[in-house]
Design a protein around this ligand. Sequence first.
Ligand code: ADP
Ligand code: ASP
Ligand code: MG
Length: 419
Amino acid sequence: MPLLVMKFGGTSVGDLARIANAAQKVKREVERGYDVIVIVSAMSGKTNELVGWVEETSHLYDAREYDAVVASGENVTAGLMALRLQELDVPARSWQGWQVPINTTSAHSAARFVSIPRENLDAKFTEGFKVAVVAGFQGVSPEGRITTLGRGGSDTTAVAFAAAFGAERCDIYTDVDGVYTTDPRISPKARKLDRIAYEEMLELASLGAKVLQTRSVELAMRYKVRLRVLSSFEDTDENSGTLVCGEEEIMESKVVSGVAYSRDEAKLTLMSVEDRPGIAAAIFGPLASAGVNVDMIVQNISEKDIEGRSMAVTDMTFSCPVNQVARAQKALTDASANGTITYDDLIVDTDVAKVSVVGIGMRSHAGVAAQMFSALSAENINIKVIGTSEIKISVLIDRKYMELAVQALHDAFGLDKAA
Ligand code: ADP
Ligand code: ASP
Ligand code: MG
C-alpha cells in the first residue's frame, strides 16, 4: 500500500472542530488508497502552558520531568484524532512515542532520533488499520523515560517517519498555505513559493523562519524525503502548498529566495581582551560549557598603552539568544575571576535582531552583500555585526528596525508579489 505522512501543527488541531477538519483530510487520502501515518502536535497554546507550569513549579527543573509534563499535550491530540477518525469509519489507532517505539538519545528537551523500528505499526496496518496517529515531538530514551525533541519538534517526527517508512510524501499541514519569501505575518508583500531547495529551507529555518523545525529539513535533505508545506484550512490537492525538494527540481532562478529574521538576539562585547594565542578558546570554551549558543563572532584588534608600553588587545563581540545572556555573563565573569581571561568591560546589548537573506543563487553572483547593505543604508539602518556563508548574509541591527529591514530587503531583491 502506498503510504503518506500527514502532520498537523498546533493551530490545525487547536479545537475539536479543527481536529474534525484535519480528520476529514486524512479520510480523503485513505479513500484515495493510501495508508496514512498522522503526526499531531499539541493543541495550540498547550505546550506553552505546560512549559509555564513546569517553570512555575521548579526554577531549576529536572529535565526528565519537564519532558514527562510537556510531552503530554501531544498524547491528548493523538487520542482525540484517532477517535474522530473512528467516528468517520476510518480504522485508526493512536501511538505514543514509547509504544512505537520512537527511540531517541537521552538528551532531555533536545533529544535526537536513534531508531524508529517499523514492526509494531506495520503489524497494525497488516491487521487492516488504515491510519496510525502518532504523538509528535516525543520519544523514549535508552533508560525508558519520555523525551522531547525541542520546540517545533513534531515537524521532525513527521520527516523521520516518512524516511523510516518510505512514505511517498510528507505533508506538513499548518496555518499558512506554504513557505513564503518571508514571514507573511510581518510582510504583506510576501510571496508564496511553489518550490524551495532543501539547502535554502535549511538556512531559512535555522535563521528564524519557524514554519519548519531546522532538524526536520536536515533529515528531509539527508533522506531525500519529499516534503510539502500546505494549509489545513483550505481545500488542497497534490499541487497545493510549497514543495521542499532538490535544487535540480527548481525552475525559478533568483539570487535571493527569502528573507528571515530572528527577533530575540543579544550582542555582547568584551572590551580590551589580551590578544594572544588561545584567547578565543579561553572565551568561547566556558560559554559552550555553560550551554550558550554563540552565533556571530567579530574580533577587532587594537593597541592599548599599558604603563608606557603598547600592547595588542582585541574587542571580542558575539551574539547569542537573548534568554541566554545571564548564563553568558556568568560564564565570562567566572572566567575572569579565575584568571583565564582579562578584559576592561563587558557591554551587553539586548535590543538587537538578526535579519538574513538566503539564496543558492548567491554562489554564482557577486555583489549581493553590497546590495543588501545599500538597501539598509537607504532606510538609515545601522549594521552592528555582519555574518556570511556561501548562501546567506546576516546582519545584526537594532530590534526596532527589524520589520523595516525585512521589508526593505524583500523589496530590494525583487521578492515583493505583484501589486
Ligand atoms: P505549526 O503550529 O503548524 O507547526 P508554526 O507556527 O510552527 O505552525 O509555523 C507556521 C508559522 O511560521 C506561520 O504562521 C508563519 O507566521 C511563520 N513563518 C515564518 N517564516 C515563514 C515563511 N518564510 N513562510 C511561511 N511561514 C513562515
Ligand atoms: N507542541 C510542540 C511545540 O509547541 C511541538 C510542535 O508543535 O511541533 O513546540
Ligand atoms: Mg511548528
